[in-house]
Design a protein around this ligand. Structure first.
Ligand code: MN3
Length: 249
């Protein structure tokens, strides 16, 4: 009996170990995502899928323009600004929390740095789902969402409403702020990594990122932002969100 219990205990430990190893080998924390883009100069990250891979939910043309024109423009602009103008080390380029706004140029840096960081996160948090299979959060994040919002469906409804109602260009986020999950929006290219005085929130743990600028959906959805958001749920990369959540604990 004891042998048997030991055996199952060992199996349990082995099972756990393999999960942990697997997670570790796959883990891309926020810092890692940002590290990938923080080399000697600002680099446009490659998409982890083809431009047409998110069809039918986001069309190929939108993805191509969004990545190769809009995101690239933020990167090019950052690279055109002398590093002496940055009020933080160039190697810390992604540390939005070090931003200090003093003059017009620092606002340009904020806007383009935000654009670069936000889109880098956005791409990573999308994944193809051509067959429109059911797509919902993984275990731990689902548990946390349920605890915070009651049900996943209610969370989805709330997130969609807040994102739809955000006035003008901006982003909708799920953040972990000191153990409390919050749905928040920021305007333009601001994000919750930035100091509270800038974005209204400060969290180092973004779990979901949704671009609600018209350039993210207008070609396919025109003015129907709500339809874009409804479809976006099909292509949320919940594995990535789960990693970001586990890293935020
Ligand atoms: Mn965008």
């Amino acid at each position: 009996m004891n042998d048997r219990r030991d055996f199952f205990k060992k199996l349990g430990i082995l099972g756990l170990t393999s999960v942990v190893t697997k997670l570790n080998s796959q883990t891309i924390s926020v810092e890692n995502i940002l590290d990938k883009i923080s080399e000697n100069s600002f680099v446009l990250p490659q998409l982890p899928y083809d431009y047409n891979a998110l069809e039918p939910f986001i069309d190929e043309e939108t993805m191509r323009i969004h990545h190769s024109k809009h995101h690239k423009a933020y990167v090019d602009k950052l690279n055109s600004i002398s590093s002496t103008k940055f009020n933080f080390e160039i190697n810390d380029q992604t540390k939005c929390n070090a931003l200090k706004l003093g003059d017009a140029e620092s606002i340009i840096i904020k806007n383009n740095l935000g654009g670069h960081v936000n889109h880098s996160l956005f791409w990573e948090l999308l994944k193809p789902n051509p067959k429109a299979n059911i797509n919902q959060p993984n275990a731990k994040l689902l548990e946390a969402i349920t605890k915070q919002f009651g049900t996943y469906e209610f969370f989805k409804k709330q997130f969609s409403e807040i994102a739809t109602k955000h006035f003008g260009s901006g982003w909708c986020w799920l953040i972990n702020e000191h153990g409390i999950l919050k749905i928040v929006t920021t305007s333009n290219q601001d994000n919750p990594y930035m100091p509270k005085e800038i974005s209204g929130y400060h969290s180092t743990s973004i779990l979901l990122a949704l671009d609600v600028w018209e350039h993210a959906y207008y070609l396919k959805y025109q003015n129907k932002r709500a339809d874009y958001i409804t479809n976006w749920w099909n292509i949320v990369n919940w594995e990535k969100a789960e990693e970001l959540y586990l890293n935020s604990l």
